[in-house]
Design a protein around this ligand. Sequence first.
Ligand SMILES: [Zn+2]
Length: 156
Amino acid sequence: MLTAHEKRFEWIVNEFLERPAGDYAELLRRGHVSSPDGADPEEWRRDIRRQARQDKVRVITSRDGDRAFAMLHRTIPADQEMAVLREAADRITIFGEIAQRSRALGHQPGSWLRHDDESITTCQSCGARIYIKLGERRRIEDGEALTDPCPNTGTP
Ligand SMILES: [Zn+2]
């Protein structure tokens, strides 16, 4: 794996570890979420809105003193709906195809961690890595789980 990709990989892992599920994930799951104790409410709102924008998810945020709230605004404008769905479907197809290639080498890629247009995963058996960056024009794919066979499979 290229050093630059390796650095991005580590960065995404660390960000994920700092916020295991994250309030934004909770928002997507439950439809609403409030800021944790001690969090700066404005900073928290900005963070939630940034992540929602990145996913083209519409949210409503508000603030009551030291506490901030966010809820999903579920309606997607009709003219955007198809594009959003197509983009999500494309991403699932791309990641499915990449995971399939890794499995062909014997790896067992786990779930993807995503940050903007970058995504990472590792083989659950040997820890081999995959780094993907979905660019406007070209896609970057890197990692030993796409090039080297999994050492932990095939031998009884
Ligand atoms: Zn493996």
